[in-house]
Ligand binder design. Structure first.
Ligand code: NAP
Length: 246
């Protein structure tokens, strides 16, 4: 087991990449706090982890809400004693071209995908500093490297996530805290299900491997970066995108 007895918080772990990552972490021996805004999804992920003999705590958490975030940190420490790993996975899309994007679409995506990452990382880093150890992993995207048609808000947030990842690596390294991000390509999850087939087929074509990725492909990256195998890796943005060049 590569994460035996490590304590991990995963946001947005009710479904998609977060759900699969939470299950994989539990299978690798981690104690997992499953945090999400969707109560049914939280309960389902937690139940499935427990059915397979894993250890999980489910919490209803909106990463944009500082009180929710404080409760997430407090409850995790109360239940599991420490925080070894944070995966800032929660994210949303609300697409529109620049000319048509509403202020609400801009604010919603920036609040969850950028400020939410800041909120949870800041609270977790304070605990990790006390411990003098920890790993923070952020969900970036190929869109945070190449941009994407119709995603001004999402690209701005993911670009910001890349910047925060490198900044935190510089600030927190001296406390034994590693900070990295994963930039997935187009992955088959509920987030991409709502995209038109035409766009998905175009994305498949753009990947050098001619297919979408699966949530397992991303979860495998998170396991590696969270594990001691990656103990000398910090400040990096790992692309897992089948060679997608946009
Ligand atoms: P997903 O299937 O939509 O799952 C995201 C989860 O986060 C959902 O359960 C969602 O709940 C939850 N969530 C939304 N807002 C939240 C909030 N404020 N606080 C806590 N949880 C919240 O997304 P995914 O495809 O697995 O993506 C996961 C991460 O990877 C995101 O950061 C995304 O930007 C990134 N990513 C995904 C892809 C891709 O192709 N799928 C590519 C690059 C990067 P609801 O269902 O209730 O909204």
């Amino acid at each position: 087991m590569r994460l035996k007895d490590k304590v991990a918080i995963i946001t947005g772990a009710g479904r998609g990449i977060g759900e699969v990552t939470a299950k994989k972490f539990a299978a690798e021996g981690a104690k997992v706090t499953v945090a999400d805004v969707n109560e049914d999804a939280v309960n389902k992920t937690v139940a499935e982890i427990r059915e397979t003999g894993g250890e999980a705590l489910g919490l209803l958490v909106d990463v944009t809400n500082r009180e929710d975030v404080d409760r997430l940190i407090d409850e995790t420490v109360k239940n599991f004693g420490r925080i070894d790993i944070l995966i800032n996975n929660a994210g949303i899309t609300q697409d529109a071209q620049l000319i048509k994007m509403t202020e609400e679409q801009w604010d919603n995506v920036i609040n969850v995908n950028l400020k939410g990452v800041f909120n949870v990382a800041q609270a977790a880093a304070r605990v990790m500093k006390e411990q003098q150890s920890g790993v923070i992993l952020n969900a970036s995207s190929v869109v945070g490297i190449f941009g994407n048609f119709g995603q001004t808000n999402y690209a701005a947030a993911k670009w910001g996530v890349n910047g925060m990842t490198k900044t935190w690596a510089k600030e927190l390294g001296k406390y034994g805290i590693r900070v990295n991000a994963i930039a997935p390509g187009f992955i088959a999850t509920p987030m991409t299900e709502k995209m038109p087939d035409k766009i998905l087929n175009m994305m498949k074509e753009k990947s050098l491997l001619k297919k979408l990725g699966s949530p397992e492909d991303i979860a495998n990256g998170y396991v590696f970066l969270a594990s001691d195998e990656a103990r000398y890796i910090t400040g990096t943005i790992l692309s897992i995108d089948g060679g997608t060049v946009l």
